[in-house]
Design a protein. Structure first.
Length: 104
């Protein structure tokens, strides 16, 4: 099982880099992952990341874009601006949740 060090903490990840245990996640880890993938965690981006974590805790699956936009007030266009090249995957990666089922 692969592991990596994020924000001075070693965690287990899958072959795509997603945390195997979402409870290992911390905000400093999110900041480190975002830096690696070139994402600026603005207040709006944090709102999306925190929603993804809360939604995952409630539903035991990562939210898709429709659920994110419906619950955060952030439009799909804004999601693609904040998280280009696959917002669903990037949000889950930064939020420490599994890749959404709707993402290939």
């Amino acid at each position: 099982m692969p592991s990596r060090t994020l924000a001075d903490r070693t965690v287990d990840v899958n072959e795509q880099g997603y945390l195997l245990n979402p409870n290992d996640w911390t905000e400093p880890m999110a900041e480190a992952i975002a830096r690696e993938v070139g994402i600026a965690l603005t207040p709006e981006a944090w709102k999306v990341v925190r929603f993804a974590r809360k939604d995952f805790a409630e539903k035991a699956e990562s939210p898709g874009l429709r659920r994110i936009t419906a619950n955060t007030g952030v439009s799909t266009k804004e999601l693609y601006q904040m998280f280009p090249k696959g917002p669903g995957k990037l949000i889950a990666l930064i939020a420490g949740t599994p890749k959404p089922k709707s993402c290939l």
